[in-house]
Design a protein around this ligand. Structure first.
Ligand code: SF4
Length: 412
């Protein structure tokens, strides 16, 4: 039996695909199963993405696949998917009982099952830990709150347990969730918010690096001790114009972001930030776009994910009047991209002749003794060492040269 996993969308989906792989792998050794498995981890953020999924399903309709569906699109279209028999099994991240579902399909030809919200983190080999699901922020351009539902948080003790188990093997842990920094849990009668949670795990296991993406910096606090190990943070600014942020229903203003970044950089000079920017949102006149452009230079974002605003059905922003033409959208996109690339050039130069501590991640070519790893600010370092080095070993190196392409920099 073969299985194919198709992943669309965000890091959470990638993480679910990895979990699925571990659960499904034992099936691949069974020879007399008459079907292959196709799992699609769906995404609904962009209209184009959901069209692609339906196209894929229709194209493979006649092939003998057991079609399993996961991800946020199912909450929008599960009735359509089941009625038209595009899928056999719909799971909502319920990987732990996936085996039972597949047996049911195999022995009883039980074709359509729908399970909702049965979550468990069991994959100790994975360094990604999902701590929350769903979102309560309702940004006007985003479909996530309607597809993934209201925010829920995993239990504090099960997260601690997972961290302790995986930290034997891994030194870098990523927290995922739609809004990690709105995380809340209870310890007796005390409420534990995200930054207290990070503080506690930092105290329990000081040797690990913890990474996370935050969607709303409004709740971010400056706790330098946390950031000493992890010198990278993703802050999705979206726009530097307060009026655009307001019409997006983002609950912060640009100055808040700016002062947070300045404070962090004051204490930790080599700290880097990445961001998401949406350009050409309805009402973004040229002056407001220019504000974003200038702020990119001021705040020195190292990586950026720039999106041209697209109308997404089921969201509030479809009612907004948008008169920016395609030619202008493309022009703005290219110009902003250039600014970001200049930033990367500038930032990378600051690292030359500096020393860095890092954990060795991989051996690229053992014959040529070529190694590579990530620094704690997520830059990639390549080096040659004519000596056997163990993975996960702590190293100290001086950056000598930097090569840059569009996407990332190489340190040699
Ligand atoms: S914070 Fe806004 S953009 Fe992010 S998932 Fe929630 S609604 Fe969507």
């Amino acid at each position: 039996m073969k299985f194919i996993i198709k992943t669309l969308g965000c890091q959470s989906n990638l993480n679910y695909s990895k979990s699925f792989y571990y659960f499904i792998k034992p099936f691949s050794n069974i020879n007399n199963i008459y079907f292959d498995i196709l799992l699609i981890n769906t995404c609904s953020v962009r209209e184009l993405c959901h069209k692609r999924i339906f196209f894929l399903l229709k194209k493979n309709y006649k092939l003998k696949f057991l079609r399993i569906f996961n991800g946020c699109l199912i909450n929008l279209f599960y009735l359509k998917l089941i009625k038209k028999s595009f899928v056999n099994i719909i799971i909502n991240n319920a990987f732990t009982i996936l085996k039972i579902l597949i047996y049911n399909f195999y022995f009883y030809n039980c074709k359509q099952l729908y399970l909702k919200n049965i979550y468990k983190i069991e994959n100790y080999k994975n360094i990604n830990i999902i701590i929350s699901e769903g979102c309560d922020k309702y940004c006007n351009y985003c479909i996530i709150p309607y597809t993934r539902g209201r925010e829920i948080f995993y239990d504090l003790f099960s997260i601690f347990k997972n961290i302790l188990l995986i930290s034997v093997k891994f030194k870098e842990i990523y927290f995922f969730g739609q809004n990690v920094n709105s995380y809340k849990s209870f310890l007796k009668d005390k409420i534990i918010k995200f930054y207290l949670f990070i503080k506690i795990i930092n105290e329990i296991n000081k040797n690990n690096n913890y990474y996370y993406l935050t969607s709303n910096v409004k709740y971010a606090i400056l706790y330098i001790k946390i950031y000493k190990n992890n010198k990278f943070l993703h802050l999705p600014l979206q726009s530097a114009s307060n009026s655009i942020l307001e019409s997006m229903n983002r609950k912060y203003n640009f100055n808040f972001y700016k002062s947070f970044i300045y404070k962090v950089k004051k204490h930790l000079k080599d700290f880097l930030f990445s961001t998401d920017i949406i350009i050409c949102f309805p009402g973004e006149i040229h002056d407001l776009y220019n504000k974003t452009l200038l702020s990119i230079e001021k705040l020195l974002f190292d990586k950026s994910y720039i999106f041209i605003y697209n109308v997404r059905s089921f969201t509030n922003s479809i009612f907004f009047f948008n008169n920016i033409n395609l030619k202008l959208k493309k022009k703005r996109f290219i110009y902003l991209k250039k600014k970001f690339i200049n930033n990367i050039f500038y930032i990378n130069k600051l690292f030359i002749n500096k020393y860095f501590y890092f954990i060795l991640k991989n051996i690229l070519l053992s014959y040529n003794h070529l190694f590579f790893s990530f620094l704690n600010n997520r830059k990639i370092i390549f080096f040659i060492k004519y000596k056997y080095l163990k993975i996960n070993k702590f190293l100290k190196m001086k950056i000598k040269k930097i090569y840059l392409n569009r996407f990332f920099s190489f340190f040699i």
